[in-house]
Each structure stands twice: as structure tokens, then as C-alpha cells.
Design a protein around this ligand. Structure first.
Ligand code: KG4
Ligand code: ZN
Length: 349
């Protein structure tokens, strides 16, 4: 406790961000420090797991010092320590959990393992205090594309998921073939604003009727084939038109399926989460579609969409409220299921 407030520390290291945040009473951000490794991985065109792990090992103590001092608290003020234990890159998860365990053991504060997607979804609570389960969540990131029914803060049901590429992954791959560099999502977002979204008709895959699953690799491959064909024919390529048409094709499917899920389940609240939730086209389109459908839309500020410690602290705070603690035997789970894997994080599991 600090100044009468409940203090939660959140540690995130599942991919290429070493991030730690301090949250008061589960909502008020006292600090949210993110050390991004984008510059390190850029030269390789994507995240190199071994290098990312080594950087977490080096960065986490510095990020912790900054997070505590910016919040004006000490470890003695912290009520619980939340850490992402899966899914993610094994070596990266190991660095964050090993560090969190050391801090928990040294400070005597309780440890709470958190699911990465659960944390992305619960980031919404920081800016939408009235949000209460049950509701529908759309999770769009570099590794995940899921439509999830949020039944409780620690109870989820996956209604639809990608069968191949995640949205962010497709954006990053198309950006690479367009020569835009890594990470490609924000670059395509920006370039698409200058292009015509209807210039090129790229393939949209809806799968079986009423299916809430996604298949996005066909659209990505259609872009790659188009670029090959145009280059071989010696025709100039308008990259902005390609970016805008690709974005239109992918997001049309993502948004249509999300609206179908709302209609199928009857929920009137949609929470969006994950790095791709920063996408300006998705934010605008979802806002107008939800308004038309009479649904309430929650999308966190971009800083809470990207991987960050505040989302982990938000989830840990809720898990503490439910009495769901981990212990120092907490393992990491690179492929942890949000539906059936959450009990693996609990003490004695
Ligand atoms: O959630 P996140 O930070 O990490 C994962 O858990 O994967 O998401 C990263 C992904 C990357 O693929 C990145 O290109 C994408 O989110 N992304 C975007 C935008 N900002 C980040 N994709 C499209 N538009 C954006 N504005
Ligand atoms: Zn993420």
C-alpha cells in the first residue's frame, strides 16, 4: 500500500519489449516504462528470440528502477507482482518470470502469473472503468487474432481464431515485401492513408458460412503474387495503393467477423486489444460499425495496445481480487491456452 492505495507491479517480456509498470488501485497508472528492442531487431527484419532474451536480461533491472522511481514507490509498497508467463517466446518469458520471482522472493511480495492475451484484454479496464464481463473481445496482435467471449476476468472462451497468419504478422510480412522495414504494421497504416483502398481487389477469405475463424495468409500471398507479376511485367508499383488495398481486404474480413460475433452472441459491448488495435483504419471503421449496431466500443490508447507492463498489472490486480496467486514454482508456457491453460499459473499447479 502507498498513500492508502493498492499497488500492483506488472512485468512484461514475452516478445521484444521489456516493460514494467506500477498501477494504483488497478487503474491509475503511476508509471509505465517500455524499453523497446525495435532498433536491435530491425536489421534482421523480425524478432530474433535469442537476442531478445539477452536484451531482457540486461534491460529489466534498469526498467524496474525507472518504473519504481517514476511512480515514487519502493518494492516495500507493492502489494503484488504480476508477470506474463505465456504465451510468447520461451526464452523471453523465462527472463521476465525468473526476474519477477527473484524480486518476489527478495521483497516477500506475492507473485501472480498472467496470460498475455488476458493482459491485453484487461488493459481496457484502465480507460473504461465501467467495463464488466460478460462482453466480447477482439484481440489483434503480431501473434494472435482471436474473437473471445470474456465470461469473467479469469474465464474466457475462444469463439474464433486465425488458422494461419495473425493480422500483425500479415501486416509485417506485406511491409517487408514492400520494402517498408520492421515492424510493418504502423508503416502500412501510415502509407495506406495516401493510397486508394479499391485500386486492387485482393482476395478475402471468409471460410465456412458463419465461421468466426480467420485465414489471412491468402490475402498476404495475393499481395506477394501481385508484386511479382507487376515487377516481372516491368510495370511500376504504387506502394500506397497496395498498402491501402491490402489493409481494406484484411480489415474488411476482421471487422465483418467481429460484427457477426456480436450479432451471434447478442453482446452489446466490444473491447479491442493487442498491438494492431493501434491501427487508425481499424479504430475508425469499428467505431462507425459499432455505432450503427448500437454496440459500445472500447479501444485503449495506443500506448496500452502495444505490449506494456500496465496491462499485466491490470490483470494481476484482478487475479489478486479473485485470490488467484502463483508461487515461486511458476513455469513459463509458450503456447498457453486462454481457455484451458489458466489454472497452470496458479500456486500448487
Ligand atoms: O501486441 P503486440 O505489441 O505484440 C504481440 O503480442 O504480438 O503487437 C505487435 C504487432 C506487430 O505485428 C505490429 O506490426 C502491429 O502489432 N502493429 C500494427 C500497428 N501498430 C502495431 N499493425 C497495424 N497498424 C498499426 N498501427
Ligand atoms: Zn502482445
Amino acid at each position: 500500500m502507498f498513500n492508502g492505495k493498492h499497488i500492483t507491479l506488472g512485468i512484461e517480456s514475452s516478445c521484444d519489449e521489456s516493460a514494467i509498470a506500477v498501477l494504483a488501485d488497478g487503474r491509475e497508472i503511476l508509471s509505465n516504462v517500455i524499453s523497446s528492442q525495435i532498433e536491435v531487431h530491425k536489421v534482421f527484419g523480425g524478432v530474433v528470440p535469442e537476442i531478445a532474451s539477452r536484451h531482457h536480461l540486461h534491460n529489466l533491472p534498469f526498467v524496474m528502477d525507472e518504473a519504481l522511481s517514476a511512480a515514487g514507490v519502493t518494492l516495500g509498497d507493492v502489494d503484488e507482482i504480476g508477470v506474463t508467463a505465456g504465451p510468447g517466446l520461451a526464452g523471453c518469458l523465462l527472463m521476465g518470470t525468473a526476474y519477477a520471482k527473484a524480486v518476489a522472493a527478495a521483497s516477500g511480495r506475492p507473485l501472480i502469473g498472467v496470460h498475455h492475451i488476458q493482459a491485453h484484454i484487461l488493459a481496457n479496464l484502465i480507460e473504461y472503468p465501467g467495463l464488466e464481463p460478460p462482453f466480447l473481445a477482439l484481440v489483434v496482435s503480431g501473434g494472435h487474432t482471436h474473437i473471445i467471449e470474456v465470461r469473467g476476468w479469469n474465464e474466457f472462451r475462444v469463439l474464433g481464431a486465425t488458422r494461419d497468419d495473425a493480422v500483425g504478422e500479415a501486416y509485417d510480412k506485406v511491409a517487408r515485401v514492400l520494402g517498408l522495414g520492421y515492424p510493418g504494421g504502423p508503416k502500412i497504416d501510415r502509407l495506406a492513408k495516401e493510397g486508394d483502398p479499391f485500386a486492387i481487389e485482393f482476395k478475402r477469405v471468409y471460410l465456412e458460412k458463419d465461421s468466426l475463424d480467420f485465414s489471412l495468409s491468402g490475402t498476404k500471398t495475393a499481395v506477394i503474387n501481385y508484386l511479382h507479376k507487376e515487377t516481372q511485367a516491368g510495370r511500376p508499383v504504387n506502394s500506397a495503393d497496395v498498402a491501402a488495398s491490402f489493409q481494406e481486404a484484411v480489415m474488411e474480413v476482421v471487422i465483418d467477423k467481429t460484427m457477426t460475433a456480436l450479432a451471434q452472441t447478442g453482446y452489446s459491448t466490444l473491447a479491442v486489444a493487442g498491438g494492431v488495435a493501434s491501427n487508425s483504419f481499424l479504430r475508425e471503421k469499428l467505431a462507425s460499425r459499432c455505432e450503427k449496431a448500437g454496440a459500445k466500443l472500447c479501444i485503449p490508447s495506443p500506448i496500452l495496445c502495444t505490449d506494456n507492463g500496465a496491462m499485466v498489472a491490470s490483470a494481476a490486480y484482478r487475479k489478486a481480487g479473485l485470490g488467484l496467486y502463483s508461487d515461486l514454482h511458476l513455469d513459463v508456457f509458450p503456447g498457453l491456452s486462454i481457455e484451458s491453460g489458466l489454472a497452470k499459473l496458479e500456486a500448487g499447479a
